[in-house]
Structures are given as C-alpha cells and as structure tokens.
Design a protein around this ligand. Structure first.
Ligand code: G4P
Length: 556
C-alpha cells in the first residue's frame, strides 16, 4: 500500500488529492463502537468472544472465569485491577469479514473502543462515547436494564449514537424475551427490533431464529457448545422445516413470538435505527460464544461508518478532508518508570501517518507524532498509518486535553467534549502548607486534563478547591497523581452533595441561603449549585421557581 507523502496530500485540493479515494474506502470499511454495560453483564467476556471470532486470539479462557483467563484481554483487566486506578481506555482493532463476503473482498476494520470498566466509573467512561459511531448495549438476561447501562445509554441518546442491544447470558435462567423487550421500550423509549429470536428459554439456549422483514423465519442457526466455551461454537444453519423437526415446541414458540413482534411493528428499519429510535436486538451467550458471530455481522452491516463531523464554526469536516482528529482521553502514569502521558485521539478525517507534524488547534502549536501507538492491554504497537474511525495513542502529549483538536491542513476545531453531570464532590487540600505552590500547579494541570472538574467559591478559598466527579475513582486518581508527579500528599474530605445544577449569579445568593445547597464556579466559568439530594432540589424548584437550576445534561 503506497501512501502519498503528507506534504503532498496537504497541498492539493481535497478532490484532487491522490489519497482521497483511498481514505474514503478505508473510512467506509471501518466500524468504531463501544460496549456499554453495567459491571458483570459480561463486557470482558464479550470482548474476548469478539476477539476469538475475529481470530485475534485462538482461545477464550472463560473456563475458569476472570482469574483463569490467559488472553491479552484479561491480562489487561488484571493490570487495571492491580493498579487500582483506571489505566487504560484503548481500542482493540481487528479485521472482520462476514461469511457472506467473498474471500477476495476487503474485510471490515472494527475498532472496539474500551469503556473503562467496572467500579471506576468515571467521566472517561462518558468521553469514550464521543469517539465512537455506535454502541452495543449489553444486558444481563436475568437483570435487565441496570443503572450504569442507563446512564451510558442517556449519553448515547444525547449524542445521537445508534445502539445495538445484546441480551447476554441466555444460557442461564433469566426473564422471558418479551419481558426484556418491554422493559427496554418502557424504561428508555427505544423500540427493540430483534434481528434474531432465541429458540429455547433463558437457560435452554438452543439457537437463533433469523427474522425476515415480516417476522418470518428466514433460517435457524443451531449452536453446539464447545468445552468451556473456549472455541467458536459450531453452527448448523437450517430451514424452518428442519428447525421444527429438530426443536419441536421450542421452535413453534419462537416463530409465534417473532410474528407477534412484527404485528407490533418491531422490525428493523435502518433509518429508524440510525436516528436512535429503534435498536436491533440479538440474544447471546458471550460465555458459550453463541450469537457472537451474529453480533459482528450486525455491527458491520448496520452500524454507521465514520462520517463528517461538524466543527465549532459550523463547517463540516468530511472524512476525505485532510487529517484531523479529536483527543478523547488523556492518560498519565501508565508506566511509572517513564512518567509517560498518552493522549488518545479518534481520527475524524484524512490519513494519519506517524511522524507527521500536525497542528494543535487550541494552542496553534505544532505537534510531532513521532511516537504514535495503538494500545490494547500490555500491547503497544507502533502505528504507521491510520484512517477515520481509528484510535491512536500519542506519547508525551503534555499539551493535549480531552476535546482538543489536531489537524494537518485546513484549520479546524471541533466542539469541546461536554462535561457531564458530577455526582460526587470532595474538598481537596494539601497535607503540608509548604507544598502549596506544587499543589496549585497540580490542581491546574489535573483540571485542564479533565481528570476531575474543579469548583471554587469565595467562602472556601483557593487552598481548598472542590473536586467534582461522576465516579469516586476519579478522586483516587487525583491523589495518586499528585503524589507521584508533584510530591504532594493530598487530603480529601467528601461533601454531602449528590446533585449539580447549572445556575447564575442572580440566583446565587438565595441558593446559598438554603440548607443543603452551595454555589460554586467551575473553571470553565459555569456556575454550579450543588444540592444534597433530589428532595432538596424539588423543594427549591417548587418554592423558588424564579431561581435558575438547569440540568447539566439535557433530559436529566
Ligand atoms: P464485565 O466485564 O461486564 O464486568 O463482566 P465479565 O465479562 O467479567 O463477566 C461477569 C461474570 O459473568 C463472569 O462470571 C462471567 O463468566 C459471567 N458471564 C459473562 N458472560 C456470560 C454468559 O454469556 N453466560 C454466563 N452464564 N455467564 C457469563 P464470574 O462469576 O465473575 O466469574 P466465573 O463465574 O467465570 O468464575
């Protein structure tokens, strides 16, 4: 593959650029997505299963659960846990060609961007969603929609990210499929449109009925278990008659339910899906590798390819325009020996070539990309070139913060990543007064990187700013980094607030007079009222309707 030198690409008009055709083709075959789920729904198991199906790994180690897994994927999970702080938000890239695609066709390139997992739910988890074009909402068949899934789903909705629903753990007793669909449509107003319907109740997963446009079965895929689910589950594809002969009553039930769905309009419609009003549903068992191929096939067939992005000035940056990218996460301290700092960017347009000197839109300064990496788990691989939809890690990215833009030619700046509604608040102080200068420097730095949001008010003064976060793990990251990078021991004291609302100077005095309320200014200038709980909020909204108390995220 020949790549035109970056300088040539940047001096020619977009239509004439020799790379434009290639960039368009490369972008069209990319699918960039994240999995949104509540802890324990099976995200790591599914990641492994996808990697197995895409032949990135040859065996999934699900036999002994988390502790026993031997793959790269779990090494990385273990590393995260051992360190106790969120160390990675990275992308797994693999090629995938559905069976329907001929050998000679170019496969798709799938980028699975990891949402930092589990207990360390943080602002980073939300920010990852600014880097993807689609999301897989992973639901535990026994538990249905859970809080973290709901929060992440709201971000997807807000950003207009289409969502594919995967109902996992169908090999275990759970709810009925129709009940689960009802929950999705009732609680989040998303119409589920199953593409495959399970044959066999939860706990007796035999296979999947593939639904045609009118709910009729186009085929039946019967799965066979492999030992411990370590290998791809063999599939037997058959027609409806053979399915009936094989599964009897279970098949009849599945076909009836599938027709019922069509009667209520729960059939896939691509426009409705892309508009975020419906969600294709797949039933699966990540552990047994049942339905995993179907998830991949759905992703590549239905999830949108990278598209143009709107800049702050309202112009559109097409994928074939010169190189541009958005930083969505900055990670420090992955390697304590080198104190390195990685900025992850999602490529929006053009081709990225390692070594290119790009412009950092926020400062106007050049940024050399000599050390560009893809990072997954322990693996760090040098990237030579990358295309729209891909995620690249940049080393020594001290000036870069989430939301920043990099570009090669044709100045562009993308809108900043919105800050999300914090729910945890804590005062931050330096243990020793002698370290005040370093303390301030550290606070400013961590604030600009978006590690936490920093709030101040006159009452508390500068020596004890308040940190605001969407997850308490963010505070631990601050403490750890202050110590490691600035030699400052920090003390924290949590504040009894649980809600933040946007307010204004005119409302501040009255709000400050209320019990359980305190007004702050965030470093971006936005005034925030912190309130103890939703009852306090409701009381004030009722008693003082003239005061400004707006949700930070629409629809909250
Ligand atoms: P997470 O990353 O979303 O937190 O979930 P993870 O993959 O770690 O899975 C959480 C638990 O659910 C694991 O069990 C895992 O084996 C199990 N699991 C995941 N997918 C499936 C599935 O399709 N079917 C069934 N039956 N279980 C599934 P664990 O209790 O943590 O470990 P262990 O039971 O494997 O020892």
């Amino acid at each position: 593959m020949t790549t035109p030198p970056a300088s040539d690409a940047s001096t020619l008009a977009s239509a004439e650029r020799p790379g434009a055709g290639r960039v368009g083709t490369e972008a069209a075959r990319r699918r960039t997505f994240a999995v949104i789920s509540h802890p324990d729904a099976g995200k790591s198991t599914l990641t492994e299963a996808l990697a197995l199906h895409a032949k990135v790994i040859s065996e999934a180690g699900a036999v002994h659960g988390k502790a026993g897994r031997k793959s790269t994927v779990s090494d990385w999970m273990e590393m995260e846990k051992a360190r106790g702080i969120s160390v990675s938000s990275t992308a797994l890239q693999f090629e995938y060609a559905p069976d329907t695609v001929g050998e000679s066709d170019t496969p798709y390139v799938v980028n699975l961007v990891d949402t930092p997992g589990h207990s360390d739910f943080s602002e980073d988890t939300y920010r990852v969603l600014t880097a993807v074009d689609a999301a897989v909402m992973l639901i535990d068949a026994a538990k249905g929609l859970e809080p973290q899934t709901l929060k992440l789903f709201q971000v997807c909705r807000h950003r207009g990210i289409p969502v594919i629903t995967v109902i996992n753990k169908w090999d275990r007793p759970g709810r009925t499929p129709l009940e689960l669909l009802d929950e999705i449509s009732e609680r989040i107003g998303l119409t589920p449109t199953p593409l495959y319907w399970p044959v066999g109740i939860a706990g007796d997963f035999r296979g999947l009925l593939e639904r045609g446009t009118d709910g009729e079965a186009t085929s039946y895929v019967h799965f066979t278990r492999t030992a411990g689910g370590a290998k791809i589950a063999p599939e037997e594809v058959m027609d409806a008659d053979a399915a009936l002969a094989r599964e009897g009553e279970e098949w009849t039930t599945a076909t009836e339910e599938s027709q019922l769905l069509s009667a209520t309009g729960q059939d896939h419609d691509q426009d409705e899906f892309v508009a975020g009003r419906t969600s294709p549903v797949i039933f699966a068992s990540a552990m047994l590798n049942f339905g995993v191929r179907q998830i991949l096939d759905t992703l590549v067939a239905l999830a949108p390819a990278p598209a143009a992005r709107t800049a702050v000035d309202g112009s559109e940056r097409a994928v074939t325009d010169p190189f541009s990218a958005v930083v969505f996460k900055v990670q420090a301290g992955m390697d304590s020996a080198h104190r390195d700092r990685l900025a992850f960017m999602r490529i929006v347009s053009g081709v990225f070539e390692r070594g290119m000197v790009v412009t950092h839109a926020q400062t106007g300064k050049p940024f050399a990309t000599k050390y560009a990496l893809t990072v997954f788990g322990r693996e760090r691989t040098t990237v030579d070139d990358a295309y729209p939809g891909d995620v690249v890690g940049l080393v020594n990215a001290n000036a870069l913060a989430p939301g920043h833009t990099l570009y090669l030619d044709g100045k562009v700046e993308f809108p900043p990543i919105p800050s999300f509604a914090p729910e945890f608040f804590s005062i931050l102080r330096a243990e020793s007064a002698g370290k005040y200068k370093q303390f301030r420097k550290a606070v400013d730095q961590l604030d600009s990187e978006g590690v936490v949001q920093i709030l101040r008010n006159d009452l508390r003064g500068d020596a004890s700013p308040v940190m605001a976060a969407v997850g308490p793990m963010q505070f631990e990251v601050v403490a750890a980094r202050m110590k490691a990078e600035y030699g400052v021991e920090a003390r924290m004291e949590s504040l009894p607030y649980g809600i933040a609302r946007r307010t204004d100077a005119a409302s501040a005095d009255e709000l400050n007079r209320q019990r359980g309320v305190e007004v702050f200014t965030r470093s971006d200038g936005v005034m925030l009222a912190l309130l103890s709980d939703k009852w306090r909020l409701q009381y004030i909204l009722k008693e003082f309707p003239e005061l400004t108390l707006e949700p930070l995220v629409a629809g909250e």
